[in-house]
Design a protein around this ligand. Structure first.
Ligand code: PLP
Length: 400
């Protein structure tokens, strides 16, 4: 699907056509996104806001148009709820630090799930440590599905926030976040959703979900690296203390007292990555032109096809067999170390990721060192899936 839009897919590795199946780590960029970056630096590069000159005004307009594109993409109620960051990691750190400083008291509790990326664990550990609060963990079952019934028992009157992934990067599980949000809200507990692995693969409507925060990275949705989004409901953002101090986030500064800027600028200290924000807007327009529903359906077909073929390989073990999944296949073959498999696949031109995928608690749960992970994007083909299967068989024969 739309493969020709991605110039890098014509690269050869070791003289073989690149089969890029590492999309959960980062996606490739379509020509329109590369052009948007180029155009920005060729024609309008300038610092934004408060510039009286023409380029600065143009850059500001493009930047704020991008905020509106993001608002529309996730259906936020207002652009003041869309904060630009460097990525999902920074978005979650922002919430953990600012929310923590504002609301967490000693002995309060934060709930995360057992399948979180380290980016949705460590920032909460830091906040808990700083505030004397406790981290609690919602477990998952052997299929890699969260045990939602345990959430009710985990939530107490000391619970201040629940933070869970929309989609697991290691297991591919699509979590029932509507249910999680609804349970948490019945106890007046806000919910942060880590949407890093969801935004390019299924429609997201933050108002319908009623989540309190939703965080994601641009580079996993065909946009440049170094740009991300933190969506937060106005009520929280108004109350929360700023994350970083500096230019742009202030209204008035004296040595005695500083007052903060209005939203969203209160959370955007310093010069932002303007070109990357414009690249993100272009990527969103690109996804919308292809159609997110169409992408989701196509990736599901690829997932079913590939999993079915891989399952025929003797010794194949899937890690993560949830009923609802995105195009992420984590696997092990017999007792072959994932790293060895990864290296042999690479020599056949196939880019996969191996290791713990920044989710060590998942690996601990299954008692494994890591997995081999193939993850799809809209440009992958059934032919590439066949190549993966052939390459796994070949690698297995070499290693056993
Ligand atoms: N959350 C999940 C589920 C992820 O998969 C990732 C990256 O792999 C992140 C957060 C962190 O994203 P980034 O490194 O772009 O900040």
């Amino acid at each position: 699907m739309n493969r020709a839009d991605f110039p890098i897919l014509n690269e050869l590795v070791y003289g073989k056509p690149l089969v890029y199946l590492d999309n959960a780590a980062t996606t490739q960029k379509p020509q329109v996104v590369i052009d948007a970056l180029n155009d920005y630096y060729l024609h309008i590069n300038s610092n934004i806001h408060r510039g009286v000159h023409c380029l600065s005004q143009q850059a500001t307009n493009e930047f704020e148009r991008a905020r509106e594109a993001v608002r529309q993409y996730i259906n936020a109620a207002s652009t003041q709820e869309v904060i630009f960051t460097r990525g999902a990691t920074e978005s979650i750190n922002l919430v953990a630090a600012s929310f923590g400083r504002t609301y967490l008291q000693p002995d309060d509790e934060v709930i995360v799930s057992e399948m979180e990326h380290h980016s949705n664990i460590v920032p909460w550990q830091l906040a808990c440590e700083e505030r004397g609060a406790k981290l609690k963990v919602l477990p998952f079952n052997e299929q890699g599905e969260l045990i939602i019934s345990k959430l009710e028992t985990l939530i107490t009157e000391r619970t201040k926030i629940v933070a869970v992934a929309h989609v697991s990067n290691s297991l591919g599980t699509i979590n029932p976040i509507e249910k999680i949000i609804s349970i948490a809200h019945q106890h007046n507990v806000p919910v942060l959703i880590d949407g890093a692995q969801a935004v390019a693969h299924c429609p997201v409507n933050v108002q319908a979900l009623d989540c309190d925060f939703y965080c994601f990275s641009g580079h996993k949705m065909y946009a440049p690296m170094g740009i991300g989004v933190m969506y937060g409901k106005t009520q929280w953002l108004n109350e929360m203390q700023p994350y970083q101090g500096g230019g742009e986030m202030i209204k008035d500064v004296t040595f005695e007292k500083t007052t903060y800027n209005e939203l969203p600028f209160k959370f955007e200290a310093g010069t932002p990555s303007v070109g990357d924000v414009i690249g993100l807007r272009t990527a969103i327009e690109y996804i919308q032109n292809v159609g997110l529903e169409k992408i989701a359906t196509y990736e599901q077909e690829l997932l079913t096809y590939t999993a079915e073929k891989l399952s025929k390989i003797d010794g194949m073990r899937f890690i993560g067999e949830a009923a609802q999944k995105t195009g992420v296949i984590s696997f092990l073959v017999s007792d072959i170390h994932p790293y060895d498999m990864g290296v042999l696949l690479d020599h056949q031109g196939i880019a996969v990721r191996t290791g713990h995928h920044c989710t060590q608690p998942i690996m601990t749960h299954f008692g494994i060192p890591g997995t081999v992970r193939a993850s799809f994007a809209l440009y992958n083909t059934f032919e590439e899936a066949d190549k993966l299967v052939e390459a796994v068989i070949k690698a297995k024969n070499m290693l056993m």
